[in-house]
Design a protein around this ligand. Structure first.
Ligand code: UDP
Length: 447
């Protein structure tokens, strides 16, 4: 009798630590409800995966052999990679678990890019659910895109910044949609992306890492029969906010806390702007120098996660394997680190973001608008500076600034270059004025 057996769930995120971290948080929910959880890890996985694995020993990780090509060098090939490479692996994983006499495989939870596993699970009679990688608002837009594409002869790129009306979200400039969807509807890239989303919604239910009061209009739209992909959508379940510390090893001793947390301990309350641009965000060297100059000019305290400069997230140089330690003096303006001593801290490549955001000294957050980062910022109650870089982040910026009221936009992102004066001005704005409003609101001033 299945009911008396231990129930297990397979979680199947696509490659990318930004996909693995929220799935690990979801895993904890299942584990707390008595399920066994196996998470399939698709190569290439970043070194950060080791942190997640160490922080969540209750999850069994099934790491796939690295027989798929390394990360693609262009967004075109990335889509191809996402749609094709993970297919064979879940077949064996799902079969293994489905046939395990000790447990009953209750369900498979996939992310949008792993829809190929739906067929495997269907063959074995295992229910499949989708874990949306982003917000309910982004989902609302994506479900309405096919109807829009069907009426477009030319592709949405032609519409430029013209605002598009979608149910449940503020007017959305066409240019802010996911880049692949802006291609001509007959272009393979556009068709592939649209079909990934269509397919990803073809499951028993869609789990969204959000909560009602944050996205009430979008959630209502998703239950509206008009907001469809030409069919009735599956039920949408709000399972958020799943914001945790999946990347923190609970066995780490207090004195092993990251140096940036110890540095924050010595800063005044709510005085530091934290700049961190997701697991993949990169800037050109010129842009890095401009940010540094802006921070210099602002005079405010800052904590900045800096990566090796690159032309884009798909820059081939990023995938050259082991690289020497990043020389900060070589990529930042001369004397910057010296001038910033005491007032600012630069961290190479990765910081414990959730802990930083929840630290009392953190007063604002310059973010690339990845959905996990946004939720983490909202839950920490810090005003955000939106500097969107890739994927659905431009849409997230619109939701953050025009609907949720949790951030302001960093002007210049449209041209691909943000000037030092803008960095200076916006950092000052969020750390002084906007934060005051937050504080008064908290104190019940009724603003
Ligand atoms: N993150 C972190 N430290 C870093 C950079 C990123 O802990 O230095 C975490 C961040 O807290 C979030 C995830 O990585 O949970 C990034 O996810 P998000 O959706 O914001 O962006 P993505 O990296 O997927 O673009």
């Amino acid at each position: 009798n299945n009911r008396d057996m231990k129930q297990s769930v397979i979680l199947y995120p696509s490659a990318g630590i930004g996909h693995v971290i929220p799935m690990a948080e979801l895993a904890k929910v299942f584990i707390n409800h008595g399920f066994d959880v196996t998470m399939v890890i698709v190569p290439p996985f970043s070194g950060q995966f080791k942190r997640v694995a160490a922080a969540t020993p209750s999850i069994s990780f099934h790491v796939l052999p690295p027989d798929v090509p390394p990360p693609s060098m262009s967004s075109r090939r990335t889509s191809h990679h996402l749609t094709t490479s993970p297919a064979p692996a879940p077949a064996s994983t799902v079969t293994l678990h489905a046939e395990d006499p000790a447990t009953h495989l209750h369900s498979l939870v996939i992310d949008m890019f792993c829809a190929d596993a739906i067929d495997v699970a269907a063959r074995l009679g295992v229910p499949v659910y989708t874990f949306a990688l982003s917000s309910a608002s982004a989902l609302a837009v994506l479900t309405q895109i096919p109807a829009l594409l069907a009426t477009s002869q030319t592709g949405l790129k032609e519409l430029g910044d013209r605002p598009l009306e979608f149910l449940g979200v503020p007017p959305m400039p066409a240019s802010h949609l996911i880049a692949e969807l802006l291609e001509h509807p007959e272009e393979e890239l556009c068709k592939t992306m649209a079909s990934i989303f269509r397919r990803g919604m073809d499951t028993r239910g869609v789990l969204v890492n959000t909560f009602q009061s944050l996205e009430i209009r979008a959630l209502q739209a998703l239950s509206d029969p008009q907001c469809v992909l030409g069919k009735v959508l599956p039920p949408i379940y709000c399972v958020g906010p799943l914001v945790g510390n999946s990347a923190r090893d609970p066995r780490a001793r207090a004195d092993e806390r990251h140096e940036c947390l110890r540095w924050l301990d010595a800063q005044p309350e709510r005085s530091v702007v934290f700049l961190c641009f997701g697991s993949m965000g990169v800037f050109s060297q010129e842009q890095l120098k401009e940010i540094a100059t802006g921070l210099d000019m602002s005079g405010h305290r800052f904590l900045w996660v800096v990566r090796r400069p690159a032309s884009s997230i798909y820059d081939p140089k990023r995938f050259l394997g082991q690289q020497p330690k990043l020389d900060l003096d070589a990529v930042l303006p001369e004397g910057f680190l010296e001038r910033a001593r005491g007032r600012g801290l630069v961290v190479r490549s990765w910081a414990p973001q959730v802990e930083v955001l929840q630290h009392p000294a953190t007063g604002s957050f310059a973010t690339h608008c990845g959905w996990n980062s946004m939720l983490e910022g909202v839950m920490a109650g810090v005003p955000m500076l939106c500097w969107q870089l890739y994927a659905e982040q431009k849409m997230n910026k619109v939701f953050m600034t025009q609907d949720m009221g949790v951030g302001v936009e960093m002007e210049g992102y449209q041209t691909g270059f943000v000037k030092a004066e803008v960095v200076e001005g916006k950092v000052g704005l969020v750390i002084t004025q906007i934060f005051c409003v937050f504080k008064k609101k908290k104190a019940g001033d009724g603003i």
